[in-house]
Design a binder for this molecule. Structure first.
Ligand SMILES: [Fe+2]
Length: 233
């Protein structure tokens, strides 16, 4: 199915809410938690805004996945799984067409990449995964674990944090997981509490170092390989 979306960010979110309310609610929470963590790290306003928008749109490509597949209670077939795994690239094509910049595009395309290179679509690893992407992908995992799915109950807050801690340094960036673990629990629930100060985990690189860590990676070439026009703008 091919969808047609026009308008600004809130129009897009309204379209997502109408078609996939659970996905839209997940995207809003991921964006909120990611912004809170990025703020704790002291990242600059432009980066935080890219994280906010990228978090809201990270699963936009799921609008083109049939709802029966998103809501399937049992295990996906190989063909269904292949279809679902295309959503980051479908999302990239949509945000590119809608005129969002390359920093939002990379969050949408790479939010399922994993620190150990086991993710998709490009099997990026470690420093090849930009920091804003790592933040959104850890918060994506946290919200997915603490939300009920058709095939399992929601994990408790503490169980989800323990599971992410166990996978820090393998599937997930250790500094981002450390940041999540250092957040007051109120900041990992929807609501109006906002961070009042910066508290990066001990030993965590400075905000400039966090962003410079991925400078050597050629964002534009990587996105252009996926046909993203924003990468060449
Ligand atoms: Fe996703």
């Amino acid at each position: 199915m091919s969808i047609s979306i026009v308008g600004g960010l809130e129009d897009i979110m309204s379209a997502m809410e109408a078609r996939c309310p659970a996905v839209a609610a997940h995207c809003r929470r991921v964006s909120l938690y990611s912004v809170r963590l990025a703020t704790q790290y002291g990242l600059d306003a432009e980066t935080v805004e890219a994280i906010r928008v990228g978090g809201l749109l990270h699963d936009l490509g799921k609008l083109e996945v049939p709802p029966r597949l998103l809501d399937k209670p049992g295990r996906l077939t190989e063909r269904e799984w292949h279809r679902l795994r295309r959503h980051p690239e479908t999302g990239l094509a949509l945000v590119d067409r809608l005129g969002f910049g390359s920093r939002v595009a990379e969050i949408v395309l790479y939010h399922h990449e994993r620190f150990d290179g086991s993710g998709y679509p490009d099997s990026l690893a470690a420093d090849h995964i930009p920091w804003p992407v790592r933040i959104v992908s850890v918060m994506d995992a946290f919200d997915a674990l603490t939300s009920p799915r058709p095939y399992r109950a929601a994990l408790s807050f503490d169980a989800a944090r323990s599971l992410l801690a166990r996978e820090a340094g393998t599937r997930y960036c250790p500094w981002v997981v450390a940041g999540l673990l250092s957040l007051p629990p109120a900041l990992l629930r929807p609501g109006d509490s906002e961070p009042s100060h910066h508290c990066r985990p001990d030993g965590c690189p400075s905000p400039a170092a966090l962003l410079n860590a991925t400078q050597a990676w050629n964002r534009h070439a990587a996105l252009a390989d996926h046909g993203c026009l924003a990468a060449t703008a």
